[in-house]
Every structure is written in C-alpha cells, then in structure tokens.
Write a new protein. Structure first.
Length: 278
C-alpha cells in the first residue's frame, strides 16, 4: 500500500522577535522577502525578485544580539505591506516621489502588478490587519516593556537602500543616513554623537536628516519627552552587499562598515544606560 502526502506551504508569522536584556530595540521593517503565492502570481517577473528589500539586515547586525538588544524583524516583503508607512498611507515626504502602504511600483518606477490589478481598499485593509498591525503591536509592547523596566528605551530602525536611485535622490546617496525627524524623535545629544561616529568613519560618508529623516516608525515611536528615543539609519547597500541580482552579501565588504555600525549601536546603548542611571 502506498501513501501520498500533500505538502502545503505555511506562511511565516508577520515578524520574528528576540527579546533582549538591555534598553535597546533594533527594528528591521523592510528585511522580509515573503510574498504569498497567490499575490506573487499577480506580480511582474521583476517584482517577484523583491529587489527593494533591505537585504541581509539580520546578518549585518548580528552583533546586536550579543549586545543584549531586542530584535524585531519583518518576514513579509514591503511589496505586501510597508511597515514603515502610516496606516492611512499618508505620504512621509509630501511633494516628493514615494511608495505607498501597499506599493504598486518599484523603486525604479516600474509596475509591481503585471496586469494592473492593484490592491483595492479592502485588500489594503486586509494586509494591514494581517501583517502591519501585529508588527506594530509587538513594537509598541516591547518599547513599553523596556521603558517600564529601565526607565528609558532606544529604538534603532535599521534600513538599507541602493546607493543610486534617481527616482528618490540625485547622484549617490551618502553611506550612513541618520534620521531623527529633524530632531523630534530623540535627544539631540545622542543624535550629535551618532553623527560624529558616522562622519568620522574612514571611507564612508554620513549625514543627519538629509534625504531620509526617518519614516513612520521613527516619527511615531520617538518620544524623547517620555524617554523613548528613536533613530533611523538608512545605509547604502554597496557598503556591504551586491546592489544587483543576486543581491549577495559580501562579507569582506561588510567587515569594513560593521565596526562603525557597532560603535553607533554601542553609543545608543551607552546613552540609554546613562539615562537609566539618573
């Protein structure tokens, strides 16, 4: 007698989470690559490669877990729903070209949907409820837990992007783009210390509140008046990986920038510990 089995693909949960011991939370909202098969079937061949992913974030920030940081990582592609956009889809940069809560075009301004069947309001709401809401509920809960335990919390929103994207900026992007919502999301002393580290990193360029000032996560959760400080780092992908297919991680290249990332996270944690000791 023979037995046949049917294999089904179980979708991943909306996020992966590691709870740390220190007052530091690292969020990676664009690291996910999962697209449900029925949705991928509507995509173009290009979009199925999810080229606008913040690739290899967990590997690049592997040292953060050893520092005692909590780590929250998205599993679903930003093409499913963008976790760093407001729930109502409002533009983060009015007047500039941006992608939406459920994007319909790539960073290269090409269609994601092969036949133009873009998500309607009901589909957008369903994706927001299924993926966006759980990620943000976990983010909120962990920040509140950290603040309750330590009296302070620092949120580090980790991102990366291709270094040249004419749709969004002219020329080559600086390598280390710190964003604090023009100073509204964290203590200015912390921002200044982080900028100094970025700008003193030999071989790399750094800027504060340039083209990227922090997305919804930084702007929404950063509340320095409540001792919750949020910083976004948008870094060039050429600093650690191939920017074109197959988007490989380049360990020798990454080894150059990782010490500077580590110094910035250590500075953020030291800041939090000083605040906790007051």
């Amino acid at each position: 007698m023979t037995t046949t089995t049917t294999t089904t693909t179980t979708p991943p949960p909306p996020f992966l989470f590691h709870q740390g011991t220190q007052p530091l939370l690292v969020s990676m909202p664009h690291a996910g690559t999962y697209v449900p098969p029925e949705l991928a079937a509507r995509f173009t061949d290009e979009a199925r490669q999810v080229p606008d992913t913040d690739w290899h974030m967990e590997r690049l920030y592997g040292f953060a877990r050893d520092m005692g940081a909590s780590i929250l990582v998205a599993t679903h592609s930003r093409y499913v729903v963008d976790l760093n956009r407001p729930p109502d889809g409002a533009s983060l940069y009015p007047g500039q070209s941006v992608t939406g809560l459920c994007p319909v075009d790539t960073f290269d301004d090409t269609p994601i949907y092969a036949h133009g069947d873009v998500p309607d309001d009901a589909e957008v709401a369903a994706r927001r409820d299924a993926v966006w809401a759980p990620y943000h509920a976990q983010l909120r809960a962990e920040l509140d837990r950290i603040r309750a335990q330590h009296g302070v919390a620092v949120l580090w929103d980790a991102h990366s992007i291709r270094s040249v994207l004419p749709r969004f900026f002219d020329g080559k992007l600086p390598d280390l783009n710190l964003g604090t919502a023009e100073g509204a999301s964290c203590d200015p002393a912390l921002a200044a210390e982080l900028l100094d580290i970025a700008q003193s990193a030999t071989g790399y360029t750094g800027v504060l509140n340039g083209r990227f000032k922090g997305g919804h996560i930084t702007r929404h959760y950063g509340q320095p008046e409540r001792n919750i400080h949020a910083v976004q780092l948008e870094m060039t992908q050429c600093s650690y990986m191939q920017e074109a297919l197959p988007f490989d991680y380049l360990p020798d290249v990454a080894a150059g920038v990782q010490p500077h990332l580590q110094r910035m996270l250590q500075a953020a944690l030291a800041f939090a510990l000083r605040q906790a000791a007051r």
